[in-house]
Design a protein around this ligand. Structure first.
Ligand code: SAM
Length: 515
């Protein structure tokens, strides 16, 4: 079988199983046990409601929290292997494509549709394509360890590198386990070029771990019949049909084909999934966001309810949101804090998202509890930024910019009932911020993207008891929390965390006495 040879291939040949790699400890940053938080007027009411709802929750797995992990996925996967080796039914990844372009993100500001486009990083590799292949090869080998024997992996790429990665996937997963090269075509793609044909599709490489794999013939993944078929439909006493075939030498060869209500079993050319538009409910203002309908087909086909679905380049959390809505367990990771913040809000707000089965309706269910973890931060910085994101202008600038950020709160106390009001936010190094962004900030609250309270902080991690956050569709932020009732007198520690529109996170602690 032909192999791909690149600059550092020898290094990988020697350590193919990566047994020497270290597993880093996970730190829990946040635990979100009652993800219905902002619709209630008191925490106690919320807990009661949740206990009632627990029975209705569609994911019936004991002792399980979904996991959103901040960190370089090489470390994340290494650390997961011990517990999750061969346990993950499906991995979908949508890694950077080595486009050489800038990755920008849209910072939404305040309540009045103001925004600023900020450059997050350049998808440029200092060592060129060789460095990119190093990066992905190593991670794919690790992912194979996690994949169940009857599991599947989908790698989302485009014309830049899909041909190279196809060859290394053949090597890692075995050419006999290659199932499809899915073409996701989005015909409405636009580009200014008149020097070559406009590029209008992505490639998804679908491999299984073995020949005995989960693949569901589920009508919910079916495609619609083509317009040509739909226009030719007729009915008889048996059902709806069209004529397939033609004539040869004057002899009629066509035959009746009865159609299935739900459409046809999917081909490998998917042209029925539109690209994300800003006016849709699923839009997260994240430039490489993929459509939920794409992931719906993949997850329904290659997994069953309660199976674990993982996406180690989760971005805005599309895979996680779809897995959640389809009753699967999920593990997501991203090294960008910005992506973790967006995914966190997307899962919290899933109640208001599109229902996947009846798209015109809202999902209207609360998410299953989830945790936000990180892998050791210093090691993560070394790995991730050395090889990737060469030109990360945000990083250096942001360090000084947010060094001494503070916020101010008012504690509103009525015997054992306490609520908290956010009253100010100070950014001391304002001179480092570009004027065009500053001009759009009219009040302190325009800085804030979300804020969170742990009324009884006892752990090394933050237990999210109340949160208010802005989403692209709902820009309103509550500046006063609900009331928390303390059941026993004593001294308590309250933790408040504010995340601003540039992704900076600040926490402050307060002590309170309840008599
Ligand atoms: C193309 S985006 C994924 C978009 C996602 N499919 C969605 O629908 O929103 C790629 C993501 O990979 C992340 N990423 C790149 N290198 C990574 C690494 N080494 N570890 C974890 N995440 C990484 C980037 O921060 C970015 O959010």
């Amino acid at each position: 079988m032909p192999n791909l040879y690149w600059k550092n291939k020898d290094k990988f040949e020697k350590s193919k199983t990566f047994k020497t790699q270290i597993s880093y400890p996970f730190q829990i940053l946040e635990s979100i046990k009652s993800p219905t938080i902002n619709k209630f007027t008191s925490y106690n009411e919320l807990i009661q409601k949740n206990t009632e709802n627990d029975q209705k929750n569609q994911l019936k797995v004991n002792d399980w929290d979904n996991l959103l992990i901040w960190g370089d996925n090489r470390n994340v996967i290494n650390s997961l292997i011990k517990k999750f080796s061969k346990k993950i039914r499906i991995i979908y990844i949508d890694p950077p494509f080595a486009t050489g372009g800038d990755f920008k993100f849209k910072t939404l500001i305040g309540e009045n549709n103001a925004f600023e486009v900020t450059k997050a990083y350049s998808d440029t590799w200092s060592g060129g394509i060789d460095a990119y292949i190093d990066f992905l090869y190593e991670r794919l080998v690790l992912m194979k360890e996690l994949l169940a024997e009857d599991g599947s992996i989908y790698v989302h790429l485009d014309w830049h590198v899909s041909h190279y990665i196809k060859i290394i996937m053949d090597e890692i997963f075995g050419i006999e386990n290659f199932k499809n090269e899915i073409i996701w075509a989005y015909p409405a793609a636009s580009a200014k070029t008149r020097r070559f044909f406009i590029r209008s599709y992505d490639v998804l490489l679908f491999y299984t771990k073995s020949n005995d794999y989960v693949f569901n013939d589920d009508p919910k993944i079916y495609m619609e019949y083509s317009n040509r078929v739909k226009n030719a439909l007729k009915k008889d006493e048996i059902g709806t049909y069209y004529y397939r075939g033609g004539s040869h030498n004057g002899k009629k060869l066509s035959r009746k084909v009865y159609i299935r209500e739900n459409g046809i079993f999917p081909r490998d050319l998917w042209n029925d999934v539109p690209y994300i538009r800003a006016n849709t409910l699923e839009y997260q203002a994240f430039s490489t966001q993929k459509p939920e309908r794409l992931l719906k087909r993949i997850i329904l086909a290659s997994s069953n309810e309660t199976d674990i679905v993982a996406d180690f380049f989760c971005g805005s959390g599309t895979t996680l949101a779809v897995a959640e809505k389809l009753g699967r367990r999920w593990i997501g990771s991203d090294m960008a804090k910005h992506a973790i913040n967006i995914s966190r809000k997307r899962i919290l707000d899933i109640y208001n998202s599109n229902d996947l089965i009846n798209w015109e309706k809202k999902y209207k269910k609360n998410p299953y509890p989830f945790k936000i973890l990180s892998v050791n931060k210093n090691l993560q910085d070394i790995n991730a930024y050395d090889e990737f994101l060469v030109n990360n202008i945000q990083k250096t600038k942001k360090k000084n910019l947010f060094q001494d950020v503070k916020f101010e709160i008012k504690i509103l106390k009525d015997n054992n009932k306490v609520s908290i009001e956010l009253i100010d936010y100070f950014v001391p190094n304002l001179d480092l911020i570009e004027n065009k962004l500053k001009k759009k900030i009219n009040s302190f609250s325009d800085w804030i993207d979300s804020w969170t309270i742990d009324f009884n902080s006892q752990n090394s991690y933050f237990n999210v008891m109340w949160i208010s956050y802005r989403t692209p569709k709902n820009r309103k932020l509550d500046l006063t929390s609900y009331r928390y009732y303390y059941e026993k007198s004593g001294k308590y520690q309250i933790s408040v965390k504010v995340i601003d529109i540039l992704g900076n996170e600040t926490s402050q602690e307060y002590e309170i006495s309840i008599n």
